[in-house]
Design a protein around this ligand. Structure first.
Ligand code: ADP
Ligand code: ZN
Length: 614
């Protein structure tokens, strides 16, 4: 069996080896077992059910909530030579009939189905007449009511074990927290099934969190290091999405908005362009991205805080699926903390749910305020212990100093108290720094003992102090009262000198312009073999081939395969077959096209312009 499975890996997919837990999952599934597979986004979940579906008799049914992506997934498989089709509401009646007859005739390896479609009478009838290899439930966390992506139609999937008791079920997700796991196992009746947890680490993603000063200027500087790259910018509100996209277009970034308020056709068009064209930046609410399979997203930027670490990890995980270097970048400030806290407070949810949300938000804020390795904390949250610092997050790359902010905290708290717990951080800072303003005089706050006691810190530092105090619950902010800051129960021990407060010493916002980052997660660029002109010529050919078939370029070949073409310069079909990502079908379809590009390039002798490695 092992041989058979490996053969499919080489012959069909053109990969050299399995990654992570793939082989274990595949063997278990081929043998007919159920399982729950937890792998980070980009961890290679698809092969876990695709190979068993090919190897086992019958068709493998894949349940996915993302019907917009099904066509691309199916196209990707067909390009690879796998017999795949989908059933969802976007098909014409004719296409439905074609797919159904392919299923009945046993002419398919994989069938992608939307959950509501799967449990419709017609599909159930069809499947009951058909030999089934397995059920793969993708994005399985959608079944969890506690999770962050609950989909009611997923609840009905609990009927599967009764209707098809003998067909193995494999549930896959990238969301790892314990309650969600338990709920998946429960609802899909995955009792006594092994849990395959892959390392959650995404070593190629570099994490940065920067205190907000001027978010747009900061984003702009960040994007300078990503010219021509595809990326995602997340914002909390639709309005902010629209405004940010417009502003980015104005400064020459190829940006497109995406949120639930846009017309469906426009949304679809923007998503398609993101997937199909090189170098598009999508500005989106969290409505965007679940299941986006685009492998070459080079950055994910958050202009607003996600509500939980799971959400953050899932959103940032959309970067760098191809293993190449990628950035997860986030800017955050006091305002974001206040907005999220008040969203939780004002939500209609019950008390238990609210407490859970507050806990999740606190964990997220704790992550933002870390002065130590971010990756270690993230992975720790998912139950993985790493003893070494990662060397690839902002805190590892530029260690952060910690200072004893007990006295500053006491001054801040006493200022809050003496001004009547009615003012926001900016005004409190004025009082602390002894700023002589009309407003200060009107309230006679220039006569308070705290007036001017904080002149040793500047406004930027005070902003950092207030943000960190609120993030830790040592102060609170009331949204209804225009962001006025109040004391909390936790303030008292600090005020009385019973508790110390240590804080990050935030770097000043006047950071020097960053140099282009070294991209060490790639195989080191070999200046002797790297050839920018050839790379561009290969990309151009790929785009032409993709356009001609209306498919995304990565469906033809991933960047990794093109990179190998540049480095190894295959001249024969035999050499070509040895490239990663080249299986039998792609060899037959595309070898000649790309070999011709390489040959023409060599004949032209155009090796004059060696450029940076992508
Ligand atoms: P997930 O669904 O877990 O987010 P995918 O299944 O889409 O991840 O795989 C992520 C990327 O890794 C894809 O580009 C895929 O082609 C690649 N990949 C998966 N398995 C292997 C492997 N064994 N060898 C090389 N690349 C792989
Ligand atoms: Zn680190």
């Amino acid at each position: 069996m092992t041989d058979n499975v490996r053969q499919v890996l080489h012959r069909v997919f053109g990969y050299r080896d399995f990654i992570g837990q793939q082989e274990a999952v595949i063997e278990h599934t081929v043998a007919g077992g159920d399982s729950l597979v937890l792998m980070p986004t980009g961890g290679g979940k698809s092969l876990c059910y695709q190979i068993p579906a090919i190897v086992r008799d019958g068709v493998g049914v894949v349940v996915s909530p993302l019907i917009a992506l099904m066509r691309d997934q199916v196209e990707d498989l067909r390009q690879t030579g796998v017999r795949a089709a989908c059933l969802n509401s976007t098909l014409t009646y004719r296409e439905v009939l074609e797919t159904e007859s392919a299923v009945e005739a046993g002419r398919l390896d994989l069938l992608y189905v939307a959950p509501e479609r799967l449990l419709g009478e017609r599909t159930l009838q069809l499947l009951s007449r058909t030999r089934l290899a397995l059920f793969a439930i993708d994005e399985a966390h959608c079944v969890s009511q506690w999770g962050h992506d609950f989909r009611p139609e997923y609840l009905q999937l609990s009927a599967l074990p009764e209707l098809f008791p003998e067909v193995p079920r494999i549930a896959l997700t990238a969301t790892a927290d314990e309650p969600t796991r338990r709920e998946i196992v429960d609802r899909l009746s995955l009792r006594d099934t092994p849990l395959f947890v892959s390392g959650f680490d995404r070593p190629n993603i570099r994490y940065h969190v920067v205190p907000k000063n001027n978010a747009r200027a900061q984003l702009r500087r960040f994007l300078e290091g990503h010219g021509g790259d595809a990326g995602i910018v997340y914002c909390l509100s639709r309005r902010k999405v629209d405004q940010t996209a417009e502003w980015l277009q104005g400064i020459g970034v190829n940006a497109l908005p995406y949120h639930a308020g846009l017309d469906g056709a426009i949304r679809q068009r923007h998503q398609d362009r993101f997937v199909r064209e090189d170098g598009i930046v999508i500005v989106a609410t969290i409505a965007f991205g679940m299941g986006i399979d685009k492998p070459d997203v080079r950055f994910v930027a958050h202009l607003d805080l996600p509500k939980s670490i799971e959400a953050y990890y899932q959103e940032t995980g959309r970067a760098g699926r191809d293993g190449g270097p990628a950035d997860a970048w986030m800017v955050y400030g006091l305002q974001e903390v206040v907005t999220l806290r008040s969203m939780v407070d004002n939500s209609e949810a019950g008390e238990a749910r609210k407490r859970l949300e507050v806990r999740k938000l606190d964990a997220m804020l704790g992550y933002c305020e870390l002065a130590t390795c971010r990756r270690r904390t993230l992975l720790g949250y998912f139950g993985e212990t790493h003893v070494q610092d990662c060397g690839n997050c902002d805190n590892c790359l530029t260690p952060v100093a910690v200072w004893n902010a007990t006295e500053a905290s006491q001054k801040a708290m006493s200022c809050v108290s003496r001004t009547g717990q009615r003012f926001g951080a900016a005004y409190l800072t004025d009082v602390l720094r002894g700023r002589d303003s009309e407003r200060v005089r009107r309230f006679a706050h220039d006569r308070l003992p705290t007036f001017g006691v904080g002149a040793d810190l500047d406004a930027w530092q005070w902003r950092s102090v207030f943000r960190q105090l609120v993030a830790r619950g040592l102060l609170s902010v009331e949204m209804e009262r225009y962001g006025s800051i109040r004391l909390t129960d936790a303030s008292r021990p600090v005020l009385c000198g019973e508790a110390e407060v240590h804080m990050r010493l935030d770097a000043r916002p006047v950071a020097p312009r960053r140099k282009r980052k070294p991209r060490e997660a790639l195989p080191p660029p070999d200046p002797g073999t790297w050839d920018e002109a050839l790379w561009e010529a290969l990309r151009k050919r790929r785009t032409e081939l993709a356009k001609a078939q209306s498919v995304p370029p990565y469906v033809i070949f991933h960047d990794a395969t093109l990179r190998e073409m540049v480095a190894r310069r295959p001249r024969t079909r035999e050499n070509f077959a040895g490239l990663v990502g080249v299986g039998e079908t792609k060899l037959r379809r595309y070898a000649d096209d790309f070999l011709a590009v390489i040959a023409a390039h060599e004949a032209g002798g155009d090796r004059s312009k060696p450029g940076p490695h992508p």
